[in-house]
Design a protein around this ligand. Structure first.
Ligand code: ADP
Ligand code: MG
Length: 508
């Protein structure tokens, strides 16, 4: 072969090779773009399904108010149980002495000692000891659970300093905050209806929770009387009302979610004849079980529900509360990972339910570093996915944002639902939050006490909730509505109620 024809052959084969390489690169780029588009499509579909326009939120508000009426009208009339708390006398501010509380939440358990002082509405001192509830106790026996709790109470009492010794013939009064659905039979007794938030202690269902605790206390030889049994929302409302008499409701946004509010006894139709017709009573809504076709439910919510130990139950709670938000986000991220190889081979850890907890999700969401370092760290350490590109990390932050925004806005709609039911939402009429004087109308100040670490520790959640309240109510009304955080309100409130119902008290 001559030099010229050899050179030509090389040139031709180089051209063919480079065309081939270019073609391969183009194919790869096209595939990559397709995979990216698929990930974007997952995000877009999720975002649309989570839509909480103000119109939709108003439908949720109306549905909440309607269900509240139905739950008050007859037993089983609604998915909202609207349980009586028998709390009719809220603390006056004249209570004095040392009182105790045990607060059994969904994740934590707290022991409290509250000293009520001489001055009106003064909690002089409050000691709180908080510890996580061991995972194995959540599905064990009631004996194990109460044994653990009373051991902590015993240690707590033994540790306390001077000044809290009992006078002869006296017992310590204790309020129990038990944050699960209970059918109360009095202010100090009630039967567990069902477990929520991942608990499953079969032998306690149907039993009197306060009586079981009292037996465990007696077994330990402690001179303590369980004077009241409440749930966390009632405790929170009680402390809120103690500090500010304009408080009308208590809302919990922690591991689970719930609300209670002050209702006129004559509006509790299902108990007419049994209750005094005048006055008010705190109603434990058990709003975690609220359901309405207007709630923006996605396929991820449905799958989470099917896989949960309580399918078809606690639908509102599963969209809003700390136990579930991280898990919803994990399911969306898992789906994205299946749709593309941006995350490498699908990590086995990513497929395990509840590996992405809500505190981790909020840390990803609120990562303010330009290169999303915290997101990188959490993906690597918690989910076992290293080297996720920045543009994908940004999408994951967006997933967290969608989950949290929907949750917070739905919680806001729930709160406005309560305000609507008691006529404090400004929607018109004499009972609408306006007091009519001589010709002019004045909007009444309304306070909602709120508690739970999802609300207090997660800034974006709080901001979205407050923003939605303003949107739904409109500024004219919302400026008269205050959300007031009551730190440890669920426990302190129970201690206050124990003071009201104390056998030692002369100042009830
Ligand atoms: P409990 O529900 O047991 O009474 P808390 O009110 O303290 O306890 O709520 C605990 C729950 O709050 C946790 O399980 C978690 O879901 C959520 N949470 C706690 N800290 C954060 C955080 N920084 N960001 C988001 N959620 C949080
Ligand atoms: Mg709690």
């Amino acid at each position: 072969m001559g030099k010229v024809s050899f050179g030509l052959a090389v040139a031709v084969s180089c051209a063919v090779a480079s065309t081939g390489i270019a073609a391969v690169l183009v194919v790869r780029r096209v595939r990559r773009r397709r995979r990216w588009n698929r990930v974007l499509a997952v995000l877009k579909e999720f975002e649309e399904a989570c839509s909480t326009s103000v119109g939709r939120l108003r439908q949720v508000v109306d549905a909440m108010a309607v269900e509240m009426h139905a739950g008050l009208a007859s037993e089983g009339g609604s998915k909202l149980k609207m349980l009586l708390s028998f709390v009719q006398n809220l603390p006056t501010g004249n209570e004095k002495g040392i009182f105790y509380a045990l607060d059994i939440g969904g994740t934590y358990f707290r022991v409290l000692r509250v000293q009520l002082g001489d001055k009106r509405s003064a909690v002089v001192e409050c000691d709180v000891e908080r510890q996580p509830i061991p995972q194995e106790l959540m599905t064990s026996t009631s004996e194990d659970l109460f044994d653990f709790i009373t051991s902590s109470l015993k240690q707590f009492i033994e540790k306390e300093g001077g000044g809290s010794e009992l006078l002869p013939g006296r017992r310590r009064d204790l309020g129990l905050t038990f944050s699960f659905p209970v059918k109360q039979t009095s202010v100090s007794s009630g039967h567990l209806i069902k477990w929520t938030k991942g608990f499953r202690i079969k032998d306690l269902v149907g039993k009197d929770v306060a009586e079981c605790l009292q037996q465990a206390i007696n077994k330990k030889g402690l001179n303590v009387r369980v004077s009241t049994l409440v749930n966390d929302a009632v405790g929170t409302l009680t402390l809120g009302h103690y500090h500010d008499p304009d408080t009308v409701a208590g809302v919990i946004i922690g591991t689970g979610t719930n609300a209670c509010y002050l209702e006129r006894t004559d509006a509790i139709i299902k108990c007419q004849g049994l209750l005094r017709t005048s006055g008010v009573m705190a109603i434990n809504m058990e709003w975690g079980n609220f359901w309405s076709a207007h709630l923006p439910r996605t396929s991820y919510d449905m799958d989470l529900d099917v896989d949960s130990p309580n399918p078809n139950d606690q639908g509102f709670e599963k969209m809003i509360s700390g136990m579930y938000l991280g898990e919803i986000a994990r399911r969306v991220i898992f789906r994205m990972a299946q749709e593309s190889d941006f995350f490498g081979p699908v990590s086995p850890r990513l497929s395990v339910p509840f590996t992405l907890t809500t505190p981790l999700m909020s840390a990803m969401h609120e990562d303010e570093s330009g290169d999303l370092r915290e997101v990188t760290r959490i993906l690597d350490h918690a989910l076992g996915i290293p080297n996720v590109p920045l543009k994908v990390r940004r999408l994951l932050v967006k997933v967290c944002d969608i989950v949290t925004r929907r949750a917070a806005r739905l919680a806001a709609a729930g709160i406005v639902g309560i305000l609507k039911k008691i006529g404090r939402d400004g929607s018109g009429g004499v009972t609408s939050g306006k007091t009519r004087g001589s010709g002019d109308s004045k909007i009444r100040r309304t306070v909602v006490a709120i508690e739970g670490a999802l609300y207090t520790n997660y800034r974006s959640f709080r901001e979205y909730l407050n923003e939605a309240l303003d949107e739904i109510l409109g500024e004219d009304i919302s400026q008269h509505v205050t959300l007031q955080v009551t730190e440890d309100g669920s426990g302190v409130g129970a201690a206050l109620l124990a003071a009201c119902h104390s056998s030692n008290s002369v100042d009830k």
